[in-house]
Every structure is written in C-alpha cells, then in structure tokens.
Ligand binder design. Structure first.
Ligand code: UD1
Ligand code: MG
Length: 448
C-alpha cells in the first residue's frame, strides 16, 4: 500500500479501501489503478526551461554583485566559493534524483497527481519526498563550506551550526511526516520542535526599533524585547514553514515559490551589502547568502523534475526544509520583516485558510481546484486558498499556466517589497536633504 496517498480519486483506490467499501456498499468496487513498473525511469529533467529560468533570476543578482556596487574583494571571495559549491550541488542533485526516485518507489513512497485525475497520467505512481535529495546535498554543501570560510573560533560558527541543526531537524520531521502521514494538526506543530536549536543558540540582537511617531508615547527609540523576541522568532518559524507547505498541490508551485523568494533574498542581500559600510551588517547579509545560494541551486535542480508535468513530487520533506531555511536566513540576516513581505502570497493564502485551519469550516485532506479531464482545465473550488481564489477571480486555467501566474504573483509581491524599501530610502534621503538645506551643514552626515 502506498504510504503516501493522493486524495484517492474514484478511480484510484488501494486494496485496503476496496475491501472496506465493498462491505458497506453493494456497488462493485472501482477498478484498481493502472500499475506502473517501479523500475520505469522517470522523465528526464526539463533542462532548457531551467536554464532560461536560471538566467532570468540570476542575471540581475550577478549584475548587482559584480558591476553595480563596489563590494570588497574579501566579501566577494567567500560568496563566489559558495556559488561554485552551489553549482556543483545543482549537478549532483540533478544526477541523484532519478536514483533516489527508484528507491522511494521501491518503498512504496509515491503519490497520484490529483490534477490529472481521470486521465492516464493520473494513474501513474509519482515518486514522493524527493526533497530529501535536495536537503542532503544542501547539508553537504553548507557543511563543506565552513572549511573555506569560518575560522574555528569565529563568532558566526555557533549560529551557523545551530541554523544547520534546525534545518536538518526540520528535514527529518518532514520526512517522518511523508512516511507516516501524521495528522494535520500535529503537522502544524512540527516546525516548533525543529526551531529549538536555533532559538537556544541565538545570541544576536533582541531589540526592535520603535517607529518615530510612537517614540513620544513609549519614551524609547529602541525596545529590547529580550525573551519575547525569541518567542517572535519561534512563531515566525512555525508560520513561514507551514505557509510554504499549504501553498501547494500544483505541479512546480512548492519549489517555484521557494526559487522566487530565494532569488529575491539574494538580490536584497547584495543590495544591503552594497549600500552599507558597517562590516557587521554586511557580514549578516553575506551569512544569509551562504545558505540561500545552495538552497536556490539545489531547488532549481528539483524544479527541473517537478515542473509541469511533474515526474517527481517534493513531499513535506522539501516544503518544511525550504521553509525553515528561509526563516533561518531571515532571522540570522536580521531582515525578518522584509522576509514577511517576500512571503506576501503565502500570508494571503494563510489568511484565506484560517477558517479551515482553525476548524470553523470543514477542512478536507486536499484543498485543490477541480480538474476537468475533458478540457484539461482547473476550476476554483470554495476551499480557502490563493490557488482557488485566483481561479475564481480570473477564470479556469491549465495547471501549467496557473502555476506560472501564481509565481508571477509571488514575484510581484517581492517587487512590491523592493519598491517599498526604495520609497522609504528615497523619502528618508529627501527628508535629510531638506533638513540639511534648512538647518545648515552641521546635519550633513552619511546617508544610508
Ligand atoms: C497541503 C494542503 C492541501 C494540499 C496539499 C498538496 C492544507 C491544509 N493542506 O497538505 O490542501 O492539497 O498540501 O500538496 O492546505 N500533489 C499533486 N500535485 C502536486 C503536488 C502534490 O497532486 O503538484 C498531491 C499528490 O497526491 C501528493 C500529495 O499532494 O502525494 C502531497 O500532499 P501533502 O504534501 O502530503 O499534503 P499536505 O502538506 O498535508
Ligand atoms: Mg505538503
């Protein structure tokens, strides 16, 4: 029996369920799914698509890194070593996924593609949990990278290893979930356990800057939240990790959203390094790049198999792993508020999901659109997800075009974030210029 099952379309029923249903009903059981051999190789990676997508995402990043800003050589060097390792990780992941697919299929770890139900493709056993390959390659890359960058007594090393421990712990729990299919409410809590290594080791700042209009009421410019800041980090880890997992179910969406957010984070990091002269601040952003580059490279490799039509599924192993990695870089890079804006689509999806997640409305096992095998189009259902809302607002779509649209929405959210930051910076600069003009040169300091 498949350990992991799709929402059991009428034509796809396991042996156990056939027995149960014949006891209850007089109707003959539905025909079993068409068996596919476990030794059958998966479809090759979509190399051309990934190459074009990589160029599109990485070109602005490299432009900013090498040409737009004057970044010091000693900062660029580890970033490039990390990029080289990540590239190797990309090819390793591409090679390993077909091998791992055979093994997971042998252990009956597969799912049926719900959005192909009623077509021959809907009866194919798609290998599940291939996120495990990404996570293993990612861990190897990030561990090996320590050799090139951190001195044994580096202050950063403790947090770096704590970050890796949380990511590794999350991957383990995600894989356990894929194998055991734990109940939904337990699933929600898994990231709260995995975040512990990071929370315990975190020794960074625990302060927040009070917005100017509130300073006169609170009487403080900076508020030290102390222990409460750790609780904020804890909630952030639970929230972001689950957010990625529930914005899912369309070929390419789980990995695609991670790829878009990771690219936006890289661009944000390089911009912050470029405009700042504070070495500590620059290090925090470089630190986040050391984790995001391998995440992006290995995720692109997975996307080459998971893009429509998916020849592998990523599993909760991947969604939890990716969510935790993004949270960790946001926290240790000190840009968790910006991260939340990059997560705009996920936050919206979460808000739409609240009634079902918290039991005010029935929450089925899968909250996916309805697929029409005759036309190949998806129609939005009443389940509260961004996927369904988008289909209800903009009409029926094929699975592939829906995924592209949703990723563009994701990119738009990231674009809004850059726009907001730019607006804030320029209005701040304008404010300074006006002050300098009216109060004289004594106010003229460095504008960041
Ligand atoms: C979350 C969502 C659920 C959604 C599911 C899709 C909530 C509360 N839960 O559940 O609504 O249906 O993710 O991943 O919002 N699958 C496809 N096509 C894909 C990807 C997945 O058909 O492109 C199906 C496969 O049958 C696969 C299964 O989804 O085996 C994986 O579901 P799983 O990740 O276990 O679902 P959850 O994370 O529990
Ligand atoms: Mg999932």
């Amino acid at each position: 029996m498949a350990r992991k099952r799709a929402s059991e379309p009428a034509t796809i029923t396991t042996t156990k369920e056939v027995t149960v249903s014949t006891n209850k009903e007089t109707k003959p059981p539905p025909p079993p799914p068409q068996e596919t051999s476990n030794d059958q190789p998966i479809a090759p990676p979509k190399k051309g698509f990934i190459f074009k997508l990589s160029l599109l995402l990485i070109a602005p990043y490299f432009y900013l890194l090498f040409f737009h800003y004057q970044i010091q050589h000693d900062l660029i060097k580890p970033i490039l070593i990390n990029a080289g390792l990540s590239l190797a990780g990309f090819f390793l992941t591409v090679k390993m996924i077909p091998v791992a697919s055979k093994y997971v299929l042998k252990r009956n770890l597969f799912g049926y593609d719900i959005n192909k139900k009623g077509t021959p493709q809907g009866t194919v056993k798609v290998p599940e949990s291939l996120g495990i390959v990404v996570a293993v390659v990612f861990m190897v890359l990030t561990i090996v990278f320590q050799f090139f960058n951190f001195a044994p007594d580096s202050n950063w090393l403790v947090e770096y290893n704590a970050a890796l421990a949380s990511i590794c712990f999350m991957t383990l729990l995600g894989f356990i979930d894929d194998v055991l299919d734990v109940p939904w409410r337990v699933k929600l809590l898994l990231p709260s356990i995995a975040a512990f290594p990071l929370l315990m080791a975190y020794a960074g700042h625990t302060t927040i800057i009070i917005p100017k209009p509130l300073v006169s009421y609170i009487g403080l410019k900076v508020l030290d939240l102390g222990f409460i800041y750790k609780i904020y980090m804890w909630f952030l880890a639970i929230f972001c990790t689950n957010c990625i997992n529930i914005h899912a179910g369309i070929n390419g969406l789980e990995v695609g959203q991670t790829v878009v957010i990771a690219s936006a984070i890289l661009i944000h990091n390089v911009m912050q390094i470029g405009v700042s002269a504070d070495p500590e601040y620059q290090q925090a952003h470089a630190f986040s790049m050391y984790l995001v580059q391998p995440l992006l490279a290995t995720s692109l490799a997975l996307l080459s198999y998971n893009w429509y039509p998916s020849s592998v599924f990523v599993g909760d192993t991947y969604t939890y792993f990716a969510g935790m990695t993004l949270v960790v870089v946001g926290i240790l890079g000190h840009f968790s508020e910006t991260l939340l804006i990059f997560f705009l689509a996920q936050v919206l999806n979460f808000l739409l999901s609240v009634p079902q997640l918290f039991g005010f409305r029935h929450c089925p096992r899968h909250r996916l659109p309805k697929f029409d095998p005759q036309t190949g189009l998806l129609t939005g259902t009443n389940d509260g997800t961004l996927v369904n809302l988008y289909l209800r607002m903009f009409g029926r779509k094929t699975e592939n075009s829906l995924c592209v649209h949703l990723l563009l929405v994701q990119a738009l959210g990231c674009g809004i974030c850059f726009g907001l930051r730019e607006y804030k910076a320029s209005s701040f600069n304008l404010h300074r210029i006006l002050l300098v003009a009216s109060a004289g040169p004594q106010l003229d300091g460095p504008i960041m």
